[in-house]
Design a protein around this ligand. Structure first.
Ligand code: ADP
Ligand code: MG
Length: 566
């Protein structure tokens, strides 16, 4: 403590570079600060520090650490409380550049495994970024002293040292409940569960917060199930969606897409008060959409698309600019290659010619002239040959009644089970369209990504870098992830960028494994070593990382314009 104070006084008013001398570790009364990285100038990315708090000063109960799930929720809870305390302090005046800034990787509505707070065996680590104070380009030692000896202690005092055990306990209970719901889903072959009372719509297109005054979810009787949960007396009731093919129909603006979006996000767990805290979807569910203009590298889309004009091969389809239908076919095939067991599709973001082709069009345009086998002709094969389920929003075509196991109608934001009615309609209004019926092979796509594909430039310091939620810079090229809708947190994107760098450094692509087993390996590393495994410097501030799913990792590899595959 004394040492840091002395150092800061010594370098006060000197050129900013002199800050480098404070790199190292300093003991404070209840914690230690580890200055892992010190920025080179006031406008560079901020310095990285870790606060290490021994359990003696903020006891973390053993039972909170007993499962990975609980551990993640406790860490998440602490990260939120630190973020809140930082905001409360933020009204302080600041110097030039980013000086005086204190930042933690603040969680959004989802509870993700992230590096911001790490609960270890006998200590808790809080990872922060700070902008070391400057006047112009000179060190402002007094402000720095205030930052480390007044502001930071106050932030910690009102967050980690102030949280009551009962508050943390609540997060732990939610962790247990989420696990219990997932177990029940598995036991009963449910793809999704949407609790009664859930609030599905969001405040706006750019906000992930619940819409106020929304109509709460109310399950249709035919789908209503009850789940007994730990830490809760009343059982939870809600709608279960079974494996198979489920159709969501209904008039425009009646809440179809909102339900599907809630299901898309249900692969993650949400905080209490989000409205979707009891909306859960199979972890292997992948949103499929049309994504015109995306890069495609050697994907076998022949199950859906054949005989393109000019004889372009579709068993190894490659393009820098896919169309609506070819991009959607690619997204289906790639999702299955990566291990998806459920596909989520919305008509709003689909290519019509990929989804449907009615009898009249079949009569006019002969099969031989149409490269596309529409999804409607594959959806049953996906279910029966590959055990891949589909939940599909389709308000515009009744052709799907023929293939649906269940039909849910949204009416004024309330779901009704109209499966029997839809069956009747199929009987009374048969359609004469001709289905296509070849089998699907489970190994329709099995690519091996080759090492030079990353094409990183030697000698450059930051070769791979996440620029935003949907953009990764890699050497001279960018990877665009706008179409990857289940990527929800920029820290996941950062983790993927770090992972790309890690794979390059460790020569992992050289092992020549098929994508699916490569993803298995990556998940194993994250399970065993945590996200820190991908950080460039072991045992230091790992950067602000959150765990991505295997599907979003695959999505990134799949969209690299420089990818080469075998
Ligand atoms: P659809 O896909 O059926 O056309 P959307 O899901 O896009 O309809 O919903 C239309 C609008 O209704 C959106 O603005 C959405 O926020 C709102 N909305 C959806 N569900 C609810 C609800 N339960 N309560 C209130 N508003 C809702
Ligand atoms: Mg819609």
């Amino acid at each position: 403590m004394k040492k840091l104070q002395q150092l800061l006084r010594n370098i006060d008013g000197k050129g900013y570079k002199a800050y480098k001398s404070i790199q190292g570790r300093y003991s404070f009364h209840r914690y230690e600060i580890s200055m892992d990285y010190v920025q080179g100038d006031p406008f560079a990315s901020p310095s990285k520090i870790r606060i290490v708090i021994p359990d003696a000063y903020r006891p973390i109960k053993d039972e909170w650490k007993q499962s990975k799930q609980r551990n993640i929720y406790v860490a998440d809870h602490i990260a939120r409380s630190v973020a809140k305390a930082i905001q409360a302090e933020a009204k302080q005046s600041r110097g030039s550049g980013k000086s005086g800034l204190i930042h933690i990787d603040q969680p959004g509505q989802e509870i993700l495994e992230r590096t911001a707070v790490q609960i270890k065996k006998e200590k808790t680590i809080i990872c922060l970024s700070v902008g070391l104070p400057a006047n112009g380009r000179r060190i402002n030692g007094k402000e720095a002293e205030k930052l480390f000896f007044t502001i930071l202690p106050s932030i910690l005092k009102y967050s980690i040292f102030a949280i009551k055990d009962e508050e943390i306990e609540q997060s732990v209970q939610l962790a247990d409940q989420h696990i219990a719901i997932r177990e029940k889903m598995k036991e009963n072959n449910w793809l999704a569960f949407v609790a009664d009372g859930a609030i599905l719509p969001r405040e706006s297109g750019v906000s992930n917060r619940p819409l106020r005054k929304a109509v709460p979810f109310e399950s249709p009787q035919e789908n209503r199930v009850e789940i007994k949960l730990p830490h809760r007396e009343e059982p939870l009731t809600g709608m279960a969606i079974k494996k198979g093919i489920s159709l969501i129909v209904g008039g425009g603006y009646h809440g179809k897409s909102t339900l599907l979006q809630a299901l898309e996000r249900g692969v993650y767990h949400h905080i209490r008060g989000d409205g979707r805290e009891y909306v859960l979807t199979n972890l292997d569910a992948v949103k499929i959409r049309a994504e015109d203009g995306r890069q495609v590298t050697s994907v076998n889309i022949s199950a859906f698309i054949n005989d393109l004009p000019h004889g372009q091969a579709t068993t190894k389809f490659t393009t820098e600019n896919a169309s609506g239908s070819t991009s959607q076919a690619t997204n289906v095939v790639e999702a299955i290659e990566a291990g998806a067991t459920t596909l989520l599709i919305d008509e709003d973001t689909s290519a019509t010619n990929f989804m449907i082709r009615d009898a009249r069009m079949q009569a006019l345009v002969h099969q031989d002239k149409e490269p596309i086998t529409p999804f409607i002709d594959k959806i049953k094969q996906l279910r029966d040959d590959l055990e891949v389920s589909t939940i599909l929003v389709m308000g515009g075509s009744g052709d799907y009644f023929d293939v649906a196991d269940e039909v849910i109608m949204m009416d004024q934001y309330k779901p009704f089970n109209v499966t029997d009615k839809a069956r009747e309609i199929v009987e009374h209004h048969p359609v004469s369209r001709q289905p296509v019926t070849e089998k699907l092979a489970s190994d329709m796509n099995q690519r091996i990504f080759l090492p030079p594909s990353l094409n990183l430039q030697k000698g450059k310091k930051k070769k791979v870098q996440a620029k935003s939620l949907y953009t990764i810079l890699m050497g001279m090229t960018t990877i665009q992830l706008q179409g990857v809708e289940q990527l929800v947190d920029a820290s996941q994107t950062r983790a993927i960028a770090e992972l790309l760098r890690y794979m390059e450094a460790k020569g992992i692509l050289k092992q020549g494994k098929p994508l699916s087993s490569l993803l298995d390996d990556i998940e194993k590393i994250m399970d065993n070593e945590g996200l820190q495994a991908f950080a460039p410097f072991p045992n230091q501030h790992p950067g602000d990382l959150a765990r991505p799913r295997r599907f979003e990792i695959a999505a990134c590899l799949n969209r690299m314009r420089t990818a080469k595959v075998q």
